[in-house]
Design a protein around this ligand. Structure first.
Ligand code: 5AD
Ligand code: SF4
Length: 361
């Protein structure tokens, strides 16, 4: 065990150099120390509590062409679907009856008026159905400020939009230039969301080829600079029908390394930002059968069990070997409940579980 790491972990505040030292930890003893510290900070600032967000993947139609993502526009091997309002409300009902208290609506990106007003009406319907009791998180990509405002006024109050990577070279390598997919626009969207009054979530992909430890530390510093309330981040996973899936087939970072980096990112973000909400993501579980528990033990406090109808689940594949696509919603809940109980955290039902960081501001 190194004195240096011990000393850094005993501090309240951290310099960039400190964060980099932590990111570079390469032995299991120091790693354990890091995770223990992160779990302590979690217990102190947000409690040993886990909140569920029932995730509904409402459509896999997308106008964007992210070079890593399985449902990118130009992947013609995908059977496209959009859930009807009735189907979505069916899932909402299930989430409500199971007392999750928050839903997250996710889909590929669309900006046409038909889609924007569909979502606006849907949000109102969910609010009316649940008597205002269901918290609504959106994860529907880049939109105009006006659209974000319409959805906020309809009743959504949290928004997830990942920055994916704050290293501009990486960002530009991940995203084609042909549809104005720039870092500046993405960042501007996060600013709009904040100005409108959303709790704002972002995150990055971890363990990309050529991504350095310093890049990841810069990502965490970005969360701080942008005063982010919620973090959802996970390891990169290949999808074979994508440009990067092919380009990186032989250069992909090992599974062990990506899982370790994913957990370190959770732990260091928790230690540095303290009272934010951090999700243990499906991608982490995708690379490690114990990914969820390990994520919670490294400082995460949010899980997003999917409530997408079984019929559509297999079509929402951002990456290969996505876990749980054959599990019913009941099964998904059962598995998650037992994962959480196994590590001794409490599942909080019936409360929104807002980001304390947002409340504490
Ligand atoms: N591996 C890991 N994460 C991915 N995402 C999309 N494709 C992949 C992949 N191949 C993530 C992106 C996006 C979120 C919805 O899913 O970070 O923002
Ligand atoms: Fe579309 Fe999101 Fe996939 Fe990019 S990551 S192609 S925006 S669904």
């Amino acid at each position: 065990m190194s004195e240096k790491i011990k000393n850094i972990l005993s501090q309240e505040n951290f310099s960039k150099e400190d964060l980099l030292e932590l990111m570079k930890i390469d032995n299991s003893e120091d790693l354990d120390l890091l995770f223990k510290k992160a779990y302590e900070i979690k217990a102190k600032y947000v409690g040993r509590k886990v909140y569920y967000r029932g995730l509904i993947e409402i459509s896999n139609k997308c106008i964007k062409n992210c070079k890593y993502c399985g449902i990118r526009r130009d992947n013609h091997n995908v059977e496209r679907f959009s859930m009807s309002k009735a189907e979505i409300m069916e899932a909402v009902k299930w989430i409500y009856e199971n007392n999750y208290a928050s839903i997250a609506l996710q889909s590929g990106e669309r900006q046409d008026e038909e889609f924007v007003s569909f979502i606006e009406d849907l949000i109102r319907e969910i609010k009316i159905f649940s008597n205002g009791k269901l918290g609504i998180t959106l994860s529907l990509g880049e939109q105009s400020k006006e659209t974000y405002r319409r959805w906020f006024e309809a009743g959504a109050h949290r928004y997830l939009l990942r920055i994916e990577s704050t290293n501009l070279d990486i960002y530009n390598h991940l995203h084609p230039m042909d549809n104005k997919h720039t870092f500046e626009v993405r960042k501007k969207c996060l600013e709009y969301l904040r100005e409108i009054g959303y709790q704002v979530g972002t995150g990055v992909m971890i363990g990309l080829p050529n991504q350095t430890e310093e890049d990841l530390v810069n990502d965490i510093l970005f969360y701080k600079d942008m005063n982010i309330d919620m973090i959802g981040m996970g390891p990169y996973i290949l999808h074979k029908d994508t440009p990067l899936g092919k380009e990186w087939e032989n250069s992909v970072v090992s599974v062990e390394k990506r899982v370790e980096l994913g957990l370190k990112m959770i732990a260091i973000t928790r230690i540095f930002l303290k009272d934010v909400n951090i999700a243990a993501t499906t991608a982490l579980q995708g690379l490690d059968p114990q990914g969820r528990e390990k994520g919670l033990l490294a400082g995460a406090n949010i899980l997003m069990p999917t409530a997408t109808a079984l019929e559509h689940k297999g079509k929402y594949l951002l990456y290969d070997n996505k876990p749980g696509i054959n599990d019913s919603v009941e099964k998904a809940k059962e598995i998650m409940d037992s994962n959480v109980k196994a590590i001794g955290d409490e599942i909080v039902y019936g409360e929104w579980g807002d980001s304390l960081h947002f409340k504490n501001k």
